[in-house]
Design a binder for this molecule. Sequence first.
Ligand code: IMP
Length: 498
Amino acid sequence: MPKRGNNSKIRRFAAHRGPALTFDDVLLVPKYSDVRTRRDVDTHARLTTKIELGIPIVSANMDVVTEASMAIAMARCGGIGIIHRFITAEEEAREIEKVKRSESLMIENPLTLGPDSKISDAKKVLDEYGIGGIVIIGEGRKLLGMLTTRDIMLQDNPATKVREVMTPRKRLVTAPPNVSLNDAYKLLKDNKVEKLPLVDKSDRLTGLITSSDLLKRIQFPNASKDKKGRLLVGAAIGVKGDYMDRAKKLVDAGADVLVVDIAHGHSSNAIDALKAVKKAWDVQVIVGNVATPEGTRDLMKAGADAVKIGVGSGSICVTRIVTGFGVPQLTAIMESAIVAEDYGVPIIADGGIRTPGDIVKALAAGASTVMIGGLLAGTDESPGPVVLKNGRKYKLTRGMASLTATLDRRRSEGAADAIREKEVVEGVLEGRTPEGVEGLADYKGKTEEVVRDLIGGVRSGMSYCGVRSLKDLQKNAEFIRITSAGFKESMPHDIHQM
Ligand code: IMP
C-alpha cells in the first residue's frame, strides 16, 4: 500500500504552504531574450517516456471532444488525440483504425472487396472509413481492379456489381512491393492517377500508395507519425470490468498509447489496472488523474509512462463543489513536477486551460504537455452537431461524469438487457451525484486554426522567456504572484471591447 510519507500530519493542514495557486494567480516575469523570431523556437515535447510530439497539446478523452476526426486533426498539427472510452470496445477500436488508415507511407492492408460485391457495400466501406477508393481482388489476393468514389457517384442501382463499374486490372498503373517513395511519386504524377496498388510477381496485392498520402506529407510536415508513417493516436480504458479485453482490442487496432482513465487516479484500482496492462503488452501507458506529488510518485513507481495531473480543474467539472476535494491546478502541476523530474517521467496538465497563456504557465510549471477539453469542444472535428441559439452557433459539451453522460452510458450498457428507461434513470440517480455539468461551447471552426492560435501564444511566451526549447522554458521561468488588481490590469480595460 502506498505510504503518504512522514509529513502527512503537517500536510493535512497545509495552510503553512501558503495558498495553493492556479493560472490566474500568477504571471511569468519577462526575461532577456535573443530569440529574434517566434519561428526560431522548438515546441517539441515529451508525451510519454517513449513518445515525442511536435507540439505539447493533447485532446481530451471526452465524448464531446475526441473521436477519429479530432485525433486525425490533432496528429496532423503535431499533437495527439485520445479516443474516449464511452463507446463499445469495438467502436473505440474502429476509431483507432480510422486514424491509422487516414494516411501512411504505404498502406499495408488496404481495404478490399471482391468483384461480385454490390456497389452499395462498397459505398458503405468508403463512407465508414472516409476513403476514396477500394482495391478489388480475387482468389489469392490477385489484383482485379480498383473502385473509386467517382466510379459509383452516378450509379443509381445499388445492386450493380462492382466488376461492372470498376477500373479493370489492365488499365491500372501498379508498382512492385519495394518501390521507393520517389518512384511512386513519379508514377502517380506521370500517369495522373491517385492510387498505386503494389503487386508481387504473381500479381498479388501487397499494398497501396495514394497521392493524397504523399500530398499530406507535404501539407502537414510536422504531423505526429509512427514508424509506418501513420498518424499517432491514443485511446482510453477504464479500470473495471472488461477493461483488459478493451485494451487488447485497442492495442490490436494500433493504438500508440493507452490512457488508464479514472477520476481518482491515486487509487489501488488505477495502480492494479496500470500494472496489468504493462504486464500484458509492450505499450506506452498514461495514467490519471492525480493532483499530488504522492499520487504522481505512486503511479510512476507502478510503471506509468506519463501521469495526468488535474482534479477539479476542468471546464465542465464540479468535483470540488460536490466532494470538497481538489488542488488548484498550478500548485498541483508544480508539486507533481518535482517528483516527475526524479523519475524522468513526463506529466500532462489536464483541465482548466482557457488561454494560450495558461498553456505557457502549465509548461513553465513543469508539465511536458497539456490536455485540452473545453477549448476544442466546439470545433468542426469534435463529435456532435452544431446548434443555433439566438443566432449564434454552439456545440454541446458535457463532463464525462455529468448526469446525461452517465445516463447515456447506462442506457447503452442496459440496451442488451432491455433495461427500462425508468430503471436507468433511478439507477443513475441513486448511484452517484454527478461531478460534471453539461452546457454549450462556442462554435470555433477548424481545430487546426484553434491549435495554431494556441501554439502561436506558446511560441511568443517562449520568446518572452528568452528560450528556444520547452525544457529551457521550465529552467528559465520565474513566476510572480499577483493580486486581483494585477489580474484586472491584465485584462483589456477602459474600452468598449468589440
Ligand atoms: P477542460 O480542458 O478545462 O475542459 O478540462 C478537460 C478535462 O476535464 C478532461 O480531460 C478531464 O480530466 C476532466 N473532466 C472531464 N469530464 C469531467 C467531469 O464530468 N467531471 C470532472 N472532470 C471532468
